[in-house]
Design a protein around this ligand. Sequence first.
Ligand SMILES: Nc1ncnc2c1ncn2[C@@H]1O[C@H](COP(=O)(O)OP(=O)(O)OP(=O)(O)O)[C@@H](O)[C@H]1O
Ligand SMILES: [Mg+2]
Length: 271
Amino acid sequence: MVYVFVNQKGGVGKTTSAINLGAYLAGAGKSVLLVDFDSQANLSSGIGVKSAKPGVYELLSGAAPLDQVMRKTAIPALHVIPANIDLSGAAVELIDQKEREYFLKKALMPLRNRYDYIFIDCPPSLGILTLNGLIAADAALIPMQCEYFAMEGLSLLFKTIRRIQKHLNPSLVIGGIFFTMYDQRTRLAQEVVKQVSAYFRDAVFSTIIPRNVRLSEAPSHGIAISQYDPLCSGAKAYQSLAVELLKRGKPVSGGSPAHPANSGGEVNHGA
Ligand SMILES: Nc1ncnc2c1ncn2[C@@H]1O[C@H](COP(=O)(O)OP(=O)(O)OP(=O)(O)O)[C@@H](O)[C@H]1O
Ligand SMILES: [Mg+2]
């Protein structure tokens, strides 16, 4: 399965989730490949990659073969294709290319059967890189912060996904939405969880990732939370999210969520 972590809103936990879910799945005996598809390269440094060149840009441009861009991590079954700042140029270079939306899909094709899970970490935009991510993927995983503007962003994201399902990647499904950086003391956070869950129903994971400072410390040590502090609340939450993802198995095309994908409806911003 190829999952893309997507949300055009910045700082919602895409990278943190890709790293830590990947680490727990690898710990559960699955083979996992993380693909850093953001020129900020947070995923690469967060999982301890020292030299990110050659990386995914060199792979796409044909400057480096697959075996040179793959890296091992501190977790044996967890591999990574890193990104470096050169990837920011790809967005511009791709504009003039034929089939520019399919570069990542083609590059990952030989790897699909080598891994149980491939996770693509996207930048905070709906530009050509994210488009490539959504086309290369079987399913989209959407981390969401529990705040008002996050709900506004969600309807734009679903519109984009619907367009992609219609024209560019009909087999793309919503793998699920999950809440991040949850602070149970705020009423707004509770309200957002309630509303989004009521609207997107089965698409919403029941695990909620709490705000937990240990999750923000782990990347500076270049390791996942499962190794940095496996007993903290953030670690337990990501472990539980990984179990949920495993249990969900392969999302079925046209499965969840029926209504946002088909109705054209907006997220209700409510009271
Ligand atoms: N549950 C959490 N509790 C506390 N801090 C968190 C949590 N999740 C992520 N963070 C921190 O919040 C910041 C943003 O997280 P992250 O980089 O994962 O988001 P992102 O969506 O990938 O951002 P971008 O859109 O810039 O790529 C980071 O500093 C990260 O360490
Ligand atoms: Mg990120």
